[in-house]
Design a protein around this ligand. Structure first.
Ligand code: GDP
Length: 138
């Protein structure tokens, strides 16, 4: 059954000119792009998005990074989308990412790691609703 997930091409990857290459990987893996928007976000918007990490030592640094330049917000759909996107992304730290994954190919550090993908169904629902209105998801 088709499932939706939420993804971000992070500011490092946009800055490095990898937007098109990452979109190509996503489409090659069978995802439909339901909605997509390039924009910059504020520090407060980044803090709201990552509120589950607010106690982590890297919260300030992460939210500063995420608001440091344009990024690409996306809602993606395919069978098993949430787990399949996580597999396509690779490990959080690109040093540990498997060959062929997006983070192995395009990420530079544990923080500036090219792509975000929802880690579960509840998270996906929150994240899609945080960035997209219902009328954008038809
Ligand atoms: P993900 O689900 O693989 O994106 O990883 P997490 O949910 O654990 O962390 C969210 C994001 O925080 C990661 O994608 C990184 O951008 C960043 N992050 C995670 N761990 C660290 C860390 O140890 N240091 C820093 N600076 N950033 C981190």
């Amino acid at each position: 059954m088709p499932q939706r997930t939420f993804s971000i091409i992070k500011p490092d990857a946009v800055r490095n000119g990898y937007t098109g290459a990452i979109l190509a990987e996503i489409e090659k893996a069978g995802f439909q792009i339901i909605s997509i928007r390039k924009q910059s976000i504020s520090k407060a918007q980044a803090e709201g998005f990552y509120y589950v990490h607010k106690e982590r030592p890297f919260f300030d640094s992460l939210t500063t990074f995420m608001s440091s330049g344009p990024l690409v917000l996306m809602v993606l759909e395919k069978d098993n989308a949430i787990a399949d996107l996580r597999a396509l992304m690779g490990a959080t730290n690109p040093a540990n990412a498997e060959e062929g994954t997006i983070r192995k190919k395009f990420a530079g550090s544990i923080q500036e790691n090219a792509i975000h993908g929802s880690d579960g169904a509840e998270t996906a629902a929150f994240e899609i609703g945080y960035w997209f209105a219902g009328y954008e998801l038809i």
